[in-house]
Design a protein around this ligand. Structure first.
Ligand SMILES: Nc1ncnc2c1ncn2[C@@H]1O[C@H](COP(=O)(O)OP(=O)(O)O)[C@@H](O)[C@H]1O
Ligand SMILES: [Mg+2]
Length: 314
C-alpha cells in the first residue's frame, strides 16, 4: 500500500538525549585523502563539538568503490554541504549515515553513536529528505504531517501545535488541506523538510534538495532552510552539485570526487586557497577535482534526476 512505503522510519521515537561531547584524539583525527588547509586541519583536530564523524567509511558495489575510505568531521549547528557530480558517491554516503545502507567497512558516529552498532538509536537523532519524492501525494499536507507525528511518537497533546508551527515555518498553512499532488515542486520540498524535522532531529540530511526546482523555488527553499536552521539550531547535512547553492547556504563544504573527499573548508577558505583572484566555488571544484566538471553520473543517475525534476515541475 502506498502509505506504508512512505515510512521507513517506524522505529523513530522522540529523542531526549541532548548532552554529549566528542573529543577527538590523535587516533581519530580526520585523515582526508586530498588537500586541505592547515587551518581546517587544526580546527578538526582540536574541535570538541563535532556532531558527526566518519572513520574510514567505505561502501563497495561489486568492484566499484562508491565511497572510499572517507574521513570527515562535521561541527555541530552548521550547514554542511557535500558537493559532487552525479556518481560521486553522495547519496551512497547519506544512505549509510541514515542507516539505509550498510557500510562495507569503517564506521560513522553521530553524537558519539555508531551507525553500525546502534542504527535504531541513530534513527532517533536524524531526519532525512531523500533525493526522490518522499511525501505522499495522495494525502493532504496536514495529513502527511499528522502521520509523521504519529510515527515519530510525538505526544498527542503536542501534535497540533507542532504541526501548526511546521506549516507556518514553511509557509504552507494556506495549502495544508490540499492534496500534495496539487502542490508546486517548491511546496513539496518544503513539506518534506518539515516532515523530516518534526521530531527535532540533531541533524537533518537533505539529498539534493533543490535539484529539479526552478531558480525562484530554489532560492525560496534556501531562505526557508536558513530560517529552520536558525530557529531550531540543528545541523544540516546536504548534498548538491550546485556551486551557488553551496556558496550561499553552507558554512562548510566538502568536495567529493569518485568516492573520495578531495578538499574541505568554508567556501571563503576554499576560494582563498586558489591562486586565482576572485575565484568562485566552481573554480575551486575544477581546481581540486582535476577539471572534469562535465563528467560524472551514468544513465541510471541521470534518469533518476530527470524523474525527480519532472515530478517537481522544474
Ligand atoms: N545500489 C547500487 N548498486 C550498484 N551501484 C550503485 C548502487 N548505488 C549507487 N551505485 C553506484 O555508486 C556510484 C555512486 O552513486 P551515488 O552515491 O548515487 O552518487 P551521487 O549521489 O553522488 O550521484 C555510482 O557509480 C552509482 O552508479
Ligand atoms: Mg545522488
Amino acid at each position: 500500500m502506498e502509505l506504508s512505503t512512505a515510512f521507513d522510519f517506524s522505529g523513530i521515537r522522540m529523542n531526549t538525549e541532548r548532552i554529549w561531547r566528542q573529543i577527538l584524539t590523535t587516533d581519530n583525527r580526520c585523515r582526508l585523502s586530498g588537500l586541505y588547509t592547515s587551518a581546517i586541519f587544526t580546527r578538526m583536530s582540536t574541535d570538541t563539538t563535532n556532531l558527526l564523524i566518519t572513520k574510514s567509511l567505505t561502501r563497495k558495489f561489486g568492484s566499484l568503490v562508491a565511497v572510499n575510505d572517507l574521513n570527515i568531521a562535521v561541527t555541530k549547528n552548521i550547514i554542511f554541504g557535500l558537493i559532487g557530480l552525479n556518481g560521486a558517491g553522495k547519496s551512497t554516503l547519506i544512505k549509510m549515515l541514515t542507516t539505509l545502507l550498510d557500510p562495507t567497512s569503517g564506521d560513522a558516529f553521530i553524537n558519539n553513536v555508531s551507525i553500525v552498532d546502534k542504527p535504531n538509536k541513530i534513527r532517533e537523532l536524524i531526519g532525512y529528505v531523500p533525493q526522490l519524492i518522499s511525501a505522499d501525494g495522495s494525502l493532504t499536507g496536514y495529513e502527511n504531517l499528522k502521520l509523521f507525528a504519529c510515527l515519530y511518537h510525538i505526544p498527542k497533546k503536542e501534535q497540533r501545535a507542532r504541526i501548526q508551527e511546521a506549516l507556518e515555518l514553511m509557509d504552507l498553512t494556506q495549502v495544508a488541506k490540499r492534496l500534495v499532488n496539487t502542490y508546486s515542486g517548491g511546496m513539496i520540498r518544503r513539506l518534506e523538510v518539515v516532515l523530516a524535522m518534526l521530531h527535532r532531529p540533531e541533524v537533518l540530511f537533505l539529498d539534493e534538495p533543490t535539484t529539479g526546482l526552478d531558480v525562484i523555488a530554489r532560492n525560496h527553499l534556501w531562505d526557508y532552510l536558513k530560517a529552520a536552521h536558525a530557529k531550531y539550531n540543528m545541523t544540516i547535512f546536504l548534498t548538491t552539485h550546485d556551486m551557488e547553492e553551496a556558496e550561499k547556504l553552507c558554512d562548510q563544504v566538502a568536495i567529493m570526487d569518485q568516492g573520495k573527499i578531495v578538499v574541505t573548508g568554508s567556501p571563503h577558505e576554499l576560494k582563498r586557497s586558489l591562486p586565482t583572484p576572485n575565484a568562485n566555488l566552481g573554480d575551486v571544484f575544477v581546481h581540486y577535482t582535476g577539471g572534469h566538471l562535465e563528467q560524472g553520473g551514468n544513465y541510471k543517475a541521470i534518469a533518476r534526476q530527470r524523474t525527480v525534476s519532472k515530478k517537481l515541475g522544474g
